[in-house]
Design a protein around this ligand. Structure first.
Ligand SMILES: O=C(O)c1ccccc1NCC(=O)[C@H](O)[C@H](O)COP(=O)(O)O
Length: 228
């Protein structure tokens, strides 16, 4: 199904339930759990150091299982054209999530080269980081407003850490955006109410151990999101 990001700017305003993205799917059961829970997006991680990393062939096997309605997101970190070419020539992907230090110019290049919607992740730890969101909203189709990974973190994201949501309370951007970082079924309603997010992204918060998704936790998270 084509992803309606242009329309999504309007769709994601006041209408409809908040949409959930389940990131770091690694098994067919994860794809089934995300889809049957009613998630709008499923994320595939291409980052070798991650416990959620997928080879291209594994990602392809999962992506073809995703039903209409579960948009397939490829998460990469400072990927070069060769890596993106390899992923996108084999895996049917709907959205690219750029989770590294990609500059605004690089985001624009990637959008132009692949013609896919691009979601740029921006890490937030303090008010200065919020400025970067304005910069990237000019060149991205969607923003992922995430916690900034600590300097000593093993991963640039997916660490299950939240940021101070008050930093973005009441903020709006010209592009659709998604809130991420340390969300769980227990805190997602508060996060939505405080920030006004209409889309949320979770990984660690629906895992029993790092890298292992739990179908019940996914269902509970999506229920809490929709009910918020
Ligand atoms: O998940 C990973 O392993 C990962 C690796 C490298 C860059 C980003 C990564 N994950 C990002 C996400 O899963 C989400 O987009 C988001 O940051 C939520 O993560 P979490 O705080 O674990 O819910």
């Amino acid at each position: 199904m084509p992803v309606r990001l242009v329309m999504a700017g309007a769709d994601l305003g006041a209408q409809g339930p908040v949409r959930a993205k389940i990131c770091g799917l690694t098994t067919p059961a994860d794809v089934e759990a995300a889809a049957s829970a009613g998630a709008a997006y499923g994320g595939f991680v291409f980052f070798a150091r991650s416990p959620r990393h997928l080879s291209i062939s594994a990602a392809r096997e999962l992506a073809v299982l995703a039903p209409v309605g579960l948009a397939k997101v490829a998460l990469t970190v400072d990927a070069d054209d060769a890596q993106l070419d390899a992923i996108l020539s084999s895996v049917p992907i709907d959205i690219l999530q750029l989770h590294g230090k990609e500059t605004p110019d690089r985001v624009s290049q990637i959008r132009a080269r692949y013609g896919l919607p691009v979601m740029k992740a921006v890490g937030v730890a303090d008010a200065a980081d919020v400025v970067a969101l304005d910069l990237y909203s000019a060149v991205s189709d969607m923003l992922l407003v995430d916690a900034k990974a600590p300097k000593d973190a093993a991963l640039p994201g997916g660490n299950g850490l939240a940021f101070d949501w008050r930093l973005i309370a009441g903020r709006r951007w010209t592009r659709p955006w998604m809130l991420a970082g340390g969300l769980t079924a227990a805190n997602v309603a508060e996060a939505i109410h405080l920030t006004g997010a209409r889309q949320v992204d979770v990984s660690s918060g629906v895992e029993s151990t790092p890298g292992k998704k739990d179908a019940d936790m996914i269902a509970e998270f999506v229920r809490a999101t929709v009910a918020a």
